[in-house]
Design a protein around this ligand. Structure first.
Ligand code: ADP
Ligand code: RBF
Ligand code: MG
Length: 150
């Protein structure tokens, strides 16, 4: 059960992935390094989650995140990727990203086409926006984690 690990606070550097997110899915995901992925609590189930995220100590935005093996792409490496629900003017590889993971949405799935994966991601985004507006999860936008120096 993943409930025990939530809320989960994670921070680290944004690293390069395979560059598929923006180009193929129209959904850029800021990836954490393998070091961060390996440090995740064992009991955290793979799957799709939502929460809050900041880049280089900037504003705290809603995010939707995928942790796991990306079965649609036959992934051989576990990844943790964060799609921030905000338009950034530029890329931010190398930036410091903080995330607060709050709610499990669904397991990772396989799809028959890339369009089905894109449609599912759109649905995840809508569900995340709504979930994070609920006061119990909205309060984390102002959590001290996002303003601390450590
Ligand atoms: P990669 O496989 O290298 O992670 P992506 O296609 O997933 O490539 O693009 C991710 C990069 O896009 C991020 O590392 C970040 O620099 C940039 N980016 C721009 N806007 C966003 C956003 N809203 N959410 C996440 N990443 C974003
Ligand atoms: N990959 C999958 O193989 N199955 C999924 O169900 C899946 N769901 C995702 C949901 C969201 C919100 C995001 C941002 C990504 C998801 N992905 C999923 C990961 C996707 O394969 C990955 O972001 C791309 O491979 C780009 O690295
Ligand atoms: Mg990515």
């Amino acid at each position: 059960m993943n409930g025990r690990s939530l809320p989960l606070f994670v921070q680290g550097t944004v690293t390069r992935g395979f560059g598929r997110g923006s180009k193929e899915l129209g959904c850029p995901t800021a990836n954490y390094s393998q070091e961060v992925v390996k440090s995740l609590p064992q009991e955290l189930d793979t799957g799709i989650y939502c929460g809050w995220a900041s880049i280089d100590h900037g504003l705290v935005h809603k995010m939707v995140m995928s942790v796991g093996w990306n079965p649609f792409y036959n992934g051989k490496e576990k990844t943790m990727e964060v799609h921030i629900l905000h338009e950034f003017p530029d890329q931010f590889y190398g930036a410091h990203m903080r995330v607060c993971v709050l709610k499990y949405l669904r397991p990772e799935m396989n799809f028959n086409s890339v369009d089905e994966l894109i449609a599912q991601i759109k649905d995840d985004v809508e569900k995340s926006k709504a979930a994070l507006d609920v006061p119990e999860l909205a309060i984390y936008q102002k959590d001290a984690f996002f303003t601390s120096n450590t």
